[in-house]
Design a binder for this molecule. Structure first.
Ligand code: VGL
Ligand code: ZN
Length: 238
């Protein structure tokens, strides 16, 4: 480094969200189109010199509130019905959230990470959505703030390791990837969402199109694996 140059700290982490059987063809109960096709992209990312590589698993108990089958007709149609959930500590704080087919139940094959994902490169796997009372798309925490519920501990892990930049990939772009990236940015990490490393449940303008705008308006940059941000990670080797 030449004298007088500015060196901004760059300690990047990679977050690999929910690369699990139930989110992928051919057998997933909530299969995202093309979900399996992003594994080679993610495995390439896992080989780069990130300071930390962390995966998450959606990991629900069988009685989870997000499962349509745990609700009564007619408001129990997967992918379409919604349910209003209250903060367990404050009935006045509520969130309305979509109901899904049963997925990623603890101890079932659908909850397993894809076998072709290079899990040997992971520093840690975080399980989320384990509280049957609430939906938790984000790898960081539930949406409830008044009062906040206990988070996953991810922010502390990132901070303890001095992480400055968080790169997010995985499934699904319009749900768990999106909300993880938003919380990462809110916690002060420079946050990048890897475009080729994700797929959406609903790729339409009403789905991923809108989430994309929200991400960009809240400071998350959507980047290519061939872009300068990933090149900077590669250059940490040099
Ligand atoms: C997810 C729907 C329900 C996700 C998790 O990983 O994006 N989507 N649970
Ligand atoms: Zn889920």
């Amino acid at each position: 480094m030449s004298a007088g140059s500015i060196s901004e700290t760059f300690k990047p982490a990679l977050l690999v969200i929910d690369m699990q059987e139930d989110f992928c063809p051919p057998n997933g109960s909530l299969a995202v189109t093309g979900g399996r096709d992003i594994v080679p992209v993610i495995n390439n990312l896992l080989r780069l010199p990130f300071i930390l590589r962390i995966a998450t698993k959606d990991f629900h108990p069988a009685d989870h509130v997000s499962f349509a089958s745990n609700h009564s007709a007619p408001n129990n149609v997967p992918f379409s019905s919604v349910v209003t959930i209250a903060n367990p500590s404050n009935p006045d704080e509520t969130e309305t959230t979509k109901l899904w087919p049963v997925h990623c139940v603890q101890g079932t094959p659908g909850a397993e990470l894809l076998p072709e994902l290079d899990a040997s490169r992971l520093d840690r796997v975080i399980e989320k959505g384990t509280d049957s009372r609430v939906e938790m798309y984000s790898a960081f925490r539930t949406p409830f703030r008044n009062p906040a519920m206990a988070g996953s501990g991810l922010t502390a892990v990132l901070k303890e390791n001095g992480i400055t930049h968080v790169f997010v990939a995985g499934l699904a772009a319009d749900y768990c990837v999106c909300y993880s990236a938003l919380d990462s940015a809110e916690d002060g990490f420079t946050t990048y969402l890897l475009e080729e490393g994700t797929r959406a449940v609903d790729p339409s303008q009403d789905g991923w199109g809108q989430r994309r705008q929200e991400l960009e308006s809240k400071g998350v940059k959507i980047v290519s694996v061939d872009g300068e941000e990933v090149r900077r990670v590669k250059n940490l080797l040099a």
